[in-house]
Write a protein that binds this ligand. Sequence first.
Ligand code: UGA
Length: 432
Amino acid sequence: MSRNAGRPAIAVVGVGYVGLTSAACLAHLGLDVTAIDIDENKIRQLNGGSSPIMELGLNQLLVAGLASGRLRFTSDYAATANTDIVLLCLPTPHSERENGPDLSAVRAAVMRLREQLPLDAIIVTKSTVPVGTQRALQELIERPDISVASNPEFLREGTAVSDFLEPDRIVIGADHQPVADRVAGIYRGITAPITFCDPLSAELIKYSANSFLATKLSYINELTRLCDRIGADIESVAEGIGSDPRIGTSFLAPGPGWGGSCFPKDTRALMHLARRTGQYLPVIESAYQSNLDQLDHIADRIQQLCPTRLDRARIAVWGATFKAGTDDTRQSPALQVIDRLIDRDATVVVYDPAAKTDDLPVVAAPDIYAACDEADLLVVLTEWPEFADADLTTVAQRLAGKTIYDTRQIVDPVKAADAGLYLVQLGRLPAA
Ligand code: UGA
């Protein structure tokens, strides 16, 4: 049992967004946490008190956890020998070969845990795993004393720490209630409703939540395209429908499409599961396709708004990450739009306050204004606050084409007009 009187000793396997956030937050809640990752460089960096990922409040929790002695990082699975509960936070990337999520990292970790874990330990799948994984791992481990449970995470990048510490809900799927109760014990000190259910349902809840949110975004983005076509205003439409509490105002901000490391992967995984079982999911299939249509729509609008032919144009782009508040460019709509512009032979220069230059497919401008130099058009693809705060007079001086296409509705139309800029916002009427 734990070194921390009465509270379970935790191991977290996999120190990515989910694992590192979970480990640091659980140590903050007073639990004893050992975090394991095969990447030794990452372990060194973390033991030195520096987070490899950008996440609001995470570095402070990391430093405090290390200082308290409740949080440690290692590559050695032997450190799990006194663990009560292990949280698996490993990646399950989409595999083209398997046409579905690749579970090899999860399986390999379970085989190593099998040799180390004490009697009656619990393994919990925390990061998103395909529906049916709990059952498969319970069989794989071949240790009847060890239970495998599902406790999906609902963390958003950029707000992961507050999402962990103040969740809307906690979902725990286990075959036996005493196991579920032990998992719930991890969250002592957090106030949130808990859904106890069977493991399959817990796994399905995660995919269903992300697919629902992605569908909601595809829906508003479809209406955005219609607004562009007929001259209606998406902000008014979103406000008008969102004030019906059955619809709700959140997740109705139109944009260039949805992306990130979760929505595209999870919608595909759910479609894959459904097709495999012969249960086609036309709503989610359409939402996925509709998101690709949105990216095409944005590229087409850029082509229309550009004063010169695209193959002779220089396009300035503000934003490369999949949303503001993160340095993550995985499946970023911004990069997918840029790819479409490159396919149409445009020259693209991008500025992003957080993205790593190595992750960019085009030249990175050193600052927000340098990106505009000699460009025919400025396109805003990520909603970073510094884009909303930019000095538009300076932009007007440096932007040759004097036109901004704002796909995130963050540029102030009045300031743009005062600076002599022509502003077009996705799905919005021009300023009167
Ligand atoms: C998403 C879910 O929101 C989390 O609940 C979930 O835990 C997480 O996936 C996961 O599965 O791990 P995240 O990928 O961090 O979180 O990003 P979101 O904030 O949900 O944004 C996803 C995409 O939708 C982004 O491209 C964003 O720009 C876009 N979006 C979001 C909009 O275009 N409009 C909105 O109103 C909201």
